[in-house]
Design a protein around this ligand. Structure first.
Ligand SMILES: [Zn+2]
Ligand SMILES: [Zn+2]
Length: 316
C-alpha cells in the first residue's frame, strides 16, 4: 500500500536538510535569508561552532608546552587586532583607509578568527549601530545576556550577510570570496598548526610541541577565548561599566574588556563617536588597536586615520 504523500515528503526532508546543512558549512551563500524562522537556533548549522568548544577538552590529552602557549597567545593577539582594527574600525566604520592589498591581508587574518566573513561581520555591526538597543538591534542585552553574547548569531535568520548594508565592501571580489567561503581560512589555519607541530616534534624536540598540541592550543583554545572576548563587547559592554556620554543606547566603558579586546571596551566612547579610529579617549584608556594604527600610519600602511573630534576629549 502506498504511503500518504505527507509521510513521503517527511522521509525525504530529513536527508535533504542534512545535505543542505553540509553545503552551508562550506558555502555560506547556500542559504537565503530566512525571515520566517528568524529567532530559532539552527542546531545543525551551528555544530562546527559547538565542536570548537568541545575540542578544547583535548587539552587533557595533548598537555602543554611554552611553545603552544606562545603560539596561542600570538594568534589571539594578531587575530584580535585584525577583528578590531579591520573588521570593526575599517570595514564597519571606515575609520581609516588603506591599500587593497593590506585590506585583503587583514581580512584574511580576521577570517582566521572564525567569526564568519568580513562582509557578514561589518553588515551586522552597521545594523547594530543603526538600531543600538532598540527594537531592531539583533544583539541587544535587553533581550538577555546569552542572546546578546551568542544566541543571536546562531539563529537561522542571522546567517545571511545583510548585503544592503555593505555595498562599499561588496565591490571587492576578494572580500566576497572570503565572506562566501568563510570556513576555508580557519580550516587552513588548523591544518597548518597541526603540520607545524608535527614538524617541530621532528626538528626541534626540545620544544616539546606536537601536532595535536598546537592544534588544540593554537586553534581551538585561542579561537574560543577570542570568540568570547569579542562577544563581551556586545553583551557585557552594553551592561557593565560607566557611561561618559549620554548615547541613545546602553553602551558602557569597561576597562577589563578594553584590555582583553585591544581597546574595544571603551564602548560608550565608541557609540558616541563611531567614526573615530580611536576609542580610548583619555591617556589612561588603553587602546592598543589605536596605538598600532598610529604606528601603521607612521609607516604609511594606513592613512586618513580619523581621530575623535575635539569635543570628545572635552565632554565629561
Ligand atoms: Zn554596541
Ligand atoms: Zn562599532
Amino acid at each position: 500500500m502506498a504511503l500518504p504523500p505527507a509521510d513521503l515528503s517527511a522521509e525525504r526532508a530529513a536527508p535533504s536538510r542534512l545535505r543542505a546543512t553540509f553545503h552551508r558549512w562550506v558555502d555560506s551563500q547556500a542559504v537565503a535569508r530566512d525571515e520566517s524562522d528568524n529567532e530559532r537556533v539552527d542546531w545543525l548549522r551551528v555544530i562546527p561552532f559547538v565542536c570548537m568548544h568541545v575540542a578544547c577538552i583535548g587539552v587533557v590529552w595533548v598537555g602543554w608546552s611554552a611553545t603552544a602557549l606562545v603560539v596561542a597567545a600570538a594568534l589571539y593577539a594578531v587575530r584580535m587586532f585584525a577583528i578590531t582594527a579591520f573588521y570593526h574600525r575599517c570595514f564597519s566604520h571606515r575609520a581609516f583607509r588603506t591599500s587593497r592589498a593590506v585590506q585583503f591581508v587583514f581580512a584574511l587574518v580576521g577570517a582566521a578568527a572564525a567569526q564568519r566573513g568580513p562582509l557578514w561581520w561589518a553588515a551586522h555591526h552597521r545594523h547594530h549601530h543603526a538600531h543600538a538597543d532598540g527594537e531592531s538591534d539583533v544583539h541587544s542585552p535587553r533581550r538577555g545576556f546569552w542572546w546578546s553574547h551568542l544566541g543571536w548569531f546562531l539563529t537561522s535568520g542571522n546567517f545571511a550577510t545583510r548585503r544592503e548594508r555593505i555595498p562599499d565592501l561588496a565591490r571587492f571580489p576578494e572580500l566576497r570570496f572570503l565572506d562566501r567561503y568563510d570556513a576555508l581560512v580557519p580550516v587552513v589555519l588548523a591544518a597548518g598548526l597541526y603540520g607545524l607541530g608535527e614538524l617541530l616534534e621532528r626538528t626541534a624536540p626540545e620544544l616539546n610541541a606536537t601536532g595535536p598540541q598546537l592544534l588544540v592550543w593554537g586553534f581551538f583554545i585561542s579561537t574560543v577565548v577570542l570568540y568570547h572576548m569579542t562577544f563581551t563587547v556586545n553583551s557585557l559592554a552594553h551592561r557593565f561599566g560607566t557611561r561618559r556620554f549620554a548615547t541613545n543606547d546602553d553602551s558602557r566603558n569597561n576597562w577589563v574588556i578594553a584590555i582583553a579586546t585591544l581597546g574595544e571596551g571603551w564602548h560608550n566612547n565608541h557609540h558616541a563617536f563611531p567614526g573615530s579610529a580611536r576609542q580610548g579617549l583619555r591617556w589612561w584608556e588603553i587602546d592598543v588597536t589605536w596605538y598600532v594604527l598610529r604606528l601603521f600610519a607612521a609607516l604609511g600602511i594606513v592613512w586618513g586615520v580619523r581621530p575623535a573630534p575635539a569635543r570628545a576629549h572635552r565632554s565629561e
